[in-house]
Each structure stands twice: as structure tokens, then as C-alpha cells.
Design a binder for this molecule. Structure first.
Ligand code: UTP
Length: 287
């Protein structure tokens, strides 16, 4: 069954980016000149997904506005015959069908996904977290969808992390099928290095069957008093099956300050209009 819908949870408080996130949604903070959330929506569009369900919250309407027309800006650019910028601005408002659902209280990632239940309905869907930018030739979520199409079972994208870092992620354990694929039998949220079943971490790319909704609904608040998606995924693995796919690509943790700076530098160094200037600036600071 074709994956037509993606859920992007963006209702968190973004406390790691305070005070910026007092009034600016974390997802609207740009990497250079593009809000983080746009990279995620582009990843969906690159995977052929056009219906994007944004889970937002009070004070986060600017995320939906970003994907709408900006009348004044577009009119001014048209009048000034700035075709290039006009085309770029209009492209953003046309790139996908944006559907907003409010999570009224930030009760955790699992709870955020559950708020999309009515809109997703009874079909498999993708979930992408806006904190993680993944740069790859084939969009990361497309790689997961390809595995889903082949196995007809839920899939999560994973990456290998150093043992000392396992406590920052949801970690999977299970039976290795081949170098890239594991049949998951357990999943633990932020385990200690001694308790981690592997070094395979899930940075936020999922293709899930709708059975996950009932499992989330039954999930009691876990770590931090939040309803964790990981707890429901651990049950999905046992009940319906779940694969972990070691995706190709480089991941940037833009929800973290250092990860954000790394992404900014890396993206700038790839831009022909900026690379040389940025290299000069970096060299100056390194001396
Ligand atoms: P995070 O825990 O990384 O995001 O959740 P956060 O809570 O916004 O950030 P910090 O930790 O306080 O700095 C991962 C993703 O899940 C969403 C967040 O918006 C983020 O994209 N989320 C989290 C929700 O949509 N609702 C929640 O209740 C919690």
C-alpha cells in the first residue's frame, strides 16, 4: 500500500533552545536561510508523500504560515520582477498539502503521534522528527518506505552510535537479517550502556502500520511522565513485527546546540554561494 501521509510532530517546547523558543517554534529556527521544518517536509516530498500532518501547539502557527502564501512578499517580488526569489517563495507554499492538528499538552512523542489518528485513518504512514536532519542521496524516509514495501511490516530507520551515547536514544535489539536489516524484538528508550541491546539508535524516521495507534492509546506514561512512542513500538515489534533498517546518510541532531552548529557549518560548506567565505571565516577562528 502506498505511503501517502507523513506525520511530523512539532508540538514540543524546545527547551534546549530557550530563550529563542519562548516565542519562535524550534522548528522555525533556520539552518542558514531555511527553517528546519522545511528540510523535513522536503524529505517527505522527495519520497513522494504529499499529505503532511503537522502536530503543532499553541504559539506555533507560524509553522503552518510558512507553507502558505505570503501575499505581501510575493506581490512585492512580482512587482520588482525578482523571478528567482518569487519562484522560490511560491514553491514553498505549493510543495505539499499541510494539515495541522493540535496537541493541546506536550504529553510526549507517542501522544503527539496519537493526535494524528483521525487524520491518518486506517493506512500505513510515515513519521519524521523535525529535530533530525538526515542528508542522503535517497531521502532517508524513502529508504524506509522501500523496506516497508518489500516486507509489508513497520520499519524504523536506525544508525550506529558509540556505546557511550546509547543513553541519548531509543535503542533496538533483535535478530540480524543482513548487514542493513534487523528484525526487532525489543526497544528501550535511553538505556544505560550496560542495558543497551545494541548500538543501533533511532533518530526519528518511522514507517508504521495503523495498529500503532491502539498500542499508543494503551501506553501508560513512562520516562519523564510522557507517553513514549518507543514503549508502543516495543509492543508493535512483538505483536505485528518491526524491522530496523540501517539507513545510508549523515544525520545532524539539530535539536541540540552543538548539532545545530555542526549542521549550519556543514550545510554552508556545501553551498556554492557561501562555501568559500565560510572557509575563510573558519580558518581565521582556527588560527
Ligand atoms: P524532543 O523532546 O526532542 O523535543 O522531541 P522538544 O521537547 O521540543 O525539545 P527539548 O528537549 O525541550 O529541547 C522530539 C520531537 O517530538 C516533538 C517535538 O516537537 C520534537 O520535534 N514532540 C515532543 C511533540 O510533538 N510533542 C511532545 O509532547 C513532545
Amino acid at each position: 500500500m502506498k505511503i501517502r501521509k507523513a506525520v511530523i510532530p512539532a508540538a514540543g517546547l524546545g527547551t534546549r533552545f530557550l530563550p529563542a523558543t519562548k516565542s519562535i517554534p524550534k522548528e522555525m529556527i533556520p539552518i542558514i536561510d531555511k527553517p528546519m521544518i522545511q528540510y523535513i517536509v522536503e524529505e517527505c516530498v522527495g519520497a513522494g508523500i504529499e499529505d503532511i500532518i503537522l502536530i503543532t501547539a499553541r504559539g506555533k502557527d507560524s509553522i503552518a504560515d510558512h507553507f502558505d502564501h505570503s501575499f505581501e512578499v510575493e506581490e512585492t517580488l512580482r512587482r520588482k520582477k525578482n523571478e528567482e526569489l518569487l519562484e522560490m517563495t511560491e514553491r514553498v507554499s505549493k510543495m505539499a498539502n499541510i494539515i495541522c492538528v493540535r496537541q493541546k499538552n506536550p504529553m510526549g512523542l507517542g501522544h503527539a503521534v496519537l493526535t494524528a489518528r483521525q487524520v491518518v485513518g486506517d493506512e500505513p504512514f510515515a513519521v519524521l522528527l523535525g529535530d533530525d536532519l538526515i542528508v542522503s542521496e535517497v531521502p532517508c524516509i524513502k529508504q524506509c518506505i522501500d523496506v516497508f514495501d518489500e516486507r509489508e511490516t513497520s520499519v524504523i530507520g536506525v544508525m550506529k552510535v558509540p556505546k557511550k551515547d546509547v543513553s541519548k536514544y531509543g535503542i533496538v535489539g533483535g535478530k540480524k537479517i543482513n548487514e542493513k536489516l534487523m528484525k526487532v524484538s525489543e526497544m528501550i528508550e535511553k538505556p544505560s550502556p550496560e542495558n543497551a541491546p545494541s548500538q543501533l539508535a533511532c533518530p526519528g524516521r518511522y514507517v508504521l502500520t495503523p495498529e500503532i495507534f491502539e498500542l499508543i492509546a494503551e501506553t501508560k506514561p513512562g520516562r519523564g511522565g510522557e507517553i513514549q512512542l518507543t514503549d508502543a513500538l516495543a509492543r508493535l515489534a512483538v505483536q505485528d513485527g518491526l524491522y530496523a533498517y540501517l539507513f545510508d546518510g549523515r544525520r545532524y541532531d539539530t535539536g541540540d546546540k552543538l548539532g545545530y552548529i555542526e549542521a549550519t557549518v556543514a550545510f554552508a560548506l556545501k553551498r556554492p554561494d557561501l562555501a568559500e567565505g565560510v572557509r575563510k571565516i573558519l580558518a581565521e577562528y582556527m588560527n
